[in-house]
Design a protein around this ligand. Structure first.
Ligand code: PNS
Length: 161
């Protein structure tokens, strides 16, 4: 098991600048960061797995040492397959804490994985993929909140509705 690889998991539907900020900052502390896209079908994402992967790859293309991958099933099993022992999660506000604590403790109980919490950049602490989608759905600009390619795809998706 390596602590050199940190896994940053999420649904990334779509990736936002808040996510990219955490990834860049995590990369300063871990030589290898894997952005691990969950395929959780119960979440019924707006974008397909392929679209979410493409947007995440584009968003981190300027960050050396950052890889984007997708996984199915339990996160701890994915970490074991990748030989990783560390998870990175972002915390925006107290509302995130209860569920994140529960998951961190369950993941630790299942396999000894450590979760490192990073506090959100205050520039993005109000931001979520859901709020971005809601605003974009009604035609408002999300520039500065998401990578340009994500803004483009959101426009395209909602224009078609
Ligand atoms: O971006 P999200 O939707 O907040 O990410 C949630 C995610 C993907 C990190 C979480 O749902 C997860 O870890 N899913 C994988 C399934 C799993 O391991 N569940 C048990 C968690 S204790």
């Amino acid at each position: 098991m390596s602590s050199l690889t940190a896994v940053y998991p999420g649904t990334f539907d779509p990736i936002t600048n808040g996510h990219v900020d955490i990834i860049g900052r995590a990369r300063r502390h871990f030589p290898h960061v894997v952005v691990a896209l969950s395929q959780n079908p119960s979440k019924a994402p707006l974008f397909s797995k392929e679209e979410r992967l493409a947007m995440a790859k584009e968003a981190v293309s300027g960050l050396p040492g950052v890889e984007v991958d997708a996984f199915e099933g339990l996160l701890v099993d994915y970490l074991a397959r990748r030989g990783a022992a560390v998870l990175v999660k972002g915390l925006r506000a107290i509302g995130d804490f209860d569920y994140e604590l529960q998951m961190a403790q369950m993941n630790h109980r299942m396999s000894g994985v450590e979760t490192f919490f990073m506090v959100a950049n205050p520039l993005y602490s109000f931001l979520s993929s859901s709020i971005v989608k809601e605003v974009a759905r009604f035609g408002r600009d999300v520039e500065g909140l998401v990578p340009p390619e994500v803004a483009r795809r959101l426009k395209e998706r909602f224009r078609a509705e």
